[in-house]
Write a protein that binds this ligand. Structure first.
Ligand code: FE
Ligand code: FE
Ligand code: ZN
Length: 290
């Protein structure tokens, strides 16, 4: 299984991210190229990138499975303020260029939030923006994340994702499934096979390039988007393992975005638990007490 977690991207850039992932026993990871809440980005240091690539190779992390996440503040759905819309487009383009420099193949994007706009207009804004941004021959693909439906989020069902993908002229676009978001948007993961069948008919399973593996603090269709540690939420361990071990998703990287337990990163223990396919009900206690 290709599994890792989100990690930080700090002074040591990709090298620091790789070190953190390795400390969790992961064979992939996801990072932001700077703070997810802002657009301040440091200059990439090619020496650190090269060191990261060497370290990753030595530790069985294939760069083609490593994922970048675009900052939350990029909202391509809203063009009410044209300067902000243009800035969001330029910024996403520069993030793609950073990924290309690092050798990263996929960047996850939240499609956007409609805010005061009609949803169909918001979706058109996203499509137009992506048509300006995405190039066929980019070595890094934008992948749209399935969203929980908090506030006015776009991308809350197969239909909206399909409309965006079909509206984009390039084929260089994919999808990232987030299990917490699917649950919160109204998909009961007991019916995950049905979901995949419908997804395949409308979009194609080959478009799924990443899975965010998270439990949820809330019930199906709650539209909340609050992640929980694996097996400690409303989805539960067994259903999450059905997704993690699904034959049709076996080559797709799985990324944990579960919360810290107190001050402690849970990823090493969660990855162990997932690889063993056995729930550890003491995971939170072990983290706090050790
Ligand atoms: Fe996300
Ligand atoms: Fe996610
Ligand atoms: Zn989320």
């Amino acid at each position: 299984m290709i599994i890792g977690s989100h990690v930080s991207f700090n002074k040591e850039q990709l090298l620091g991210s790789a070190k953190e992932a390795i400390s969790y026993g992961a064979n992939t990871f996801m990072f932001y190229t700077g703070a997810p809440q802002n657009t301040i980005r440091s200059e990439l240091n090619s020496d650190l990138t090269n060191k990261a690539l060497t370290l990753m190779k030595e530790n069985g992390i294939d760069i083609k499975n490593v994922i970048c996440h675009a900052p939350y503040i990029v909202n391509l759905a809203n063009n009410i303020e044209p300067e902000k819309y243009e800035f969001a487009k330029r910024f996403l383009r520069s993030e793609i260029d950073r990924c290309i420099k690092l050798g990263i193949k996929y960047i996850v994007l939240h499609p956007g939030s409609a805010t005061k706009l009609e949803r169909s207009i918001a979706i058109d804004n996203i499509i137009n923006a992506l048509n300006d941004i995405i190039k066929d021959d980019d070595s890094c693909m934008v992948i749209l994340e399935t969203m929980a439906g908090k506030g006015t989020e776009i991308g809350v069902n197969i239909e909206e994702i399909e409309t965006i993908i079909k509206g984009v002229n390039s084929n260089n676009i994919g999808v990232c499934l987030d299990t917490c978001h699917l649950n919160d948007s109204g998909i009961d993961l007991n019916n995950f096979d049905t979901y995949l069948n419908i997804f395949d008919k409308h979009i194609g399973l080959d478009k799924i390039k990443c899975v965010h593996l998270n439990d949820s603090k809330n019930e199906v269709a709650s539209h909340k988007d609050r992640h929980e540690n694996i097996g400690f939420g409303t989805i539960g361990f067994n259903l999450l393992m059905k997704v993690a071990y699904h034959e049709k998703l076996k080559d797709v990287p799985k990324i944990l975005e579960t919360p810290y337990v107190g001050d402690y990163a849970p990823y090493k223990l969660e990855i162990e638990m997932i690889r063993n396919n056995k729930f550890n009900p003491n995971l939170k206690d072990e983290l706090i007490n050790n």
